[in-house]
Design a protein around this ligand. Structure first.
Ligand code: NDP
Ligand code: 2IT
Length: 451
């Protein structure tokens, strides 16, 4: 009889959660070497325990919309792992939110948060709700009803949510206001807050900036810089916007951005005025990218058909690529096109944007690749800095937070490389990130006993 591996038993225990399986398998592929060398990890079933959330909360969110109609949504919080600190991770509001997606995100968060070097456990939550085409009142009422239940399960020493897809500073504001009113407490229970009400400098920019800092360190290794490099960026939200901003700062040429309506391509690259106009359309008007494209003759708008014969953002010739939209947005065909077109580096702003087959192709090639759990960790790291400032009641300057973010990204970069090298895996940043994150959490779990 074939013996169960940790991976097969996790898959059996979580049938039909394909995205979660994908995330677990990708970590297991690297961590199994460590399990073989450290029998304690197997004896204490550390990997299996990491894949089992400490607690899952699922709740009804019912509320009345502007037309007086009752709506019912499902809210969740997956409290994944508290070995290193209180549960920490974003909230996603998107129609496709379900436990499969949230468990994958919470699992990834475990390793990412460990890599930051800050005392952060891992969690993720959200609801199957879309803020698109909703009035301001509907968004506020939804957030209030969502928090009226979530407030029982979170706290500044228990679980500290933040934003993710569909949850920006506006939603964090409504969620924070509701928590404050219900608990009669002004505290750092959420991160991504506004600067005047407990937020940290640079939290808004941190994920995109951190991604580009990380890539600067990768380029240092080969004596390269961003100067003159043509860059593909997908997404047009928080992460993509600030990645584009930093690429421009460093002399790179961001060529593209995308949303659910399509993608924009600027053959000469984004200039600050393009970015400013796109941010207005996406953040203030809450519109689509074609509304941005209409403002400039040089901005081309295309409907995206990733993976099909033509017209995908990933077909454009470039040096570097930064998928910053969502999971599994870049498939095998896209990856093959990029390799054929001579792409030299892929670094993930989104969480798990490459399908398993796309990832395999990329890892088998000789291009540089870095995974989201390392490269997008600047967001949660700056959330960690926001928590420290909330606890101190004292706020750092933009320069101070910027300096700390750069320092954290450098440490993550170096730790990934060192771990990969220690296990003879060369410059495999993915293996390095998985192994380094795993060991920190595993050792802490053993120290804290079987609880
Ligand atoms: P936003 O909601 O700000 O932006 C998401 C962008 O991606 C939007 O432009 C959206 O288009 C587009 N998008 C979302 N889903 C799809 C889809 N199925 N197909 C095509 N386009 C899509 O989210 P963020 O920028 O915050 O998050 C982007 C990614 O980065 C996610 O994977 C998130 O988990 C990850 N991340 C975010 C962090 C943060 O601090 N915010 C930290 C670390 C990771 P449209 O505008 O049309 O909806
Ligand atoms: O995926 C992520 O790391 C985030 N959405 C940010 C989480 C946070 O707590 O800042």
């Amino acid at each position: 009889m074939k013996r169960d591996t940790p991976l097969s038993s996790i898959k059996q225990a979580n049938p039909n959660q394909k995205i979660f399986h994908q995330a677990v398998e990708e970590v297991y592929d690297h961590v199994k070497t460590v399990l073989d060398q450290q029998p304690e990890y197997r004896r204490y079933k550390i990997f299996e325990r990491m894949a089992e959330p400490e607690r899952i909360i699922s709740f009804r969110v019912n509320w009345m919309n502007e037309s007086g109609e009752v709506e019912i949504n499902r809210g969740y919080r997956v409290q994944m792992n508290s070995a290193l600190g209180p549960f920490k991770g974003g909230l996603r509001f998107h129609p496709q939110v379900n436990l499969d997606v949230l468990k994958f995100l919470a699992f990834e968060q475990t390793f990412k948060n460990a890599l930051t070097g800050l005392p952060l456990g891992a969690g993720k939550g959200g609801a199957n709700f879309s803020t698109k085409n909703r009035s301001e009142n509907d968004v506020m009422h939804f957030c209030q009803n969502f928090m009226s239940e979530l407030q029982r399960h979170i706290g500044r020493r228990v679980d500290i949510p933040a934003g993710d897809i569909g949850v920006s500073r506006r939603e964090i504001g409504y969620l924070f206001g509701t928590y404050k009113k219900l608990k009669n407490e002004f505290s750092g229970v959420l991160t991504g807050k506004g600067i005047n009400w407990g937020g940290s400098m640079i939290r808004q920019e941190a994920t995109g900036f951190g991604l580009i800092f990380f890539v600067e360190y990768m380029l240092d290794q080969i004596n390269e810089t961003f100067d003159g490099k043509r860059c593909l960026v997908s997404g047009a939200g928080n992460v993509a916007q600030h990645a584009i901003e930093k690429i421009i700062d460093l002399g790179g040429i961001p060529l593209t951005a995308s949303d659910t309506s399509g993608y924009v391509y600027i053959p000469e690259g984004f200039k600050p005025e393009h970015l400013e106009a796109m941010m207005k359309v996406k953040n203030e008007d809450r519109g689509s990218l074609n509304e941005f494209a209409e403002q400039f003759p040089e901005v081309e708008f295309h409907t995206d058909k990733s993976g099909s014969e033509s017209n995908s953002i990933w077909d454009i010739e470039a040096d570097f690529a930064f998928p910053c939209a969502t999971q599994n947005e870049l498939n095998e065909k896209d990856a093959q096109n990029m390799l054929n077109n001579g792409i030299r580096l892929i670094a993930e702003g989104a969480n798990m944007p490459l399908t398993a087959n796309a990832l395999k192709l990329v890892l088998d090639s000789d291009i540089l690749y870095a995974p989201g759990k390392a490269t997008n960790a600047g967001g949660v790291a700056t959330s960690g800095l926001e928590m420290s400032q909330n606890q101190m009641g004292y706020y750092w300057t933009r320069e101070e937070v910027g300096y700390q973010l750069q320092h954290i990204m450098k440490n993550i970069h170096d730790e990934c490389l060192q771990s990969a090298q220690k296990y003879d895996l060369g410059k495999n940043y993915l293996a390095g990130a998985n192994i380094a994150g795993f060991i920190k959490v595993a050792d802490s779990m053993i120290a804290e006993g079987v609880v």
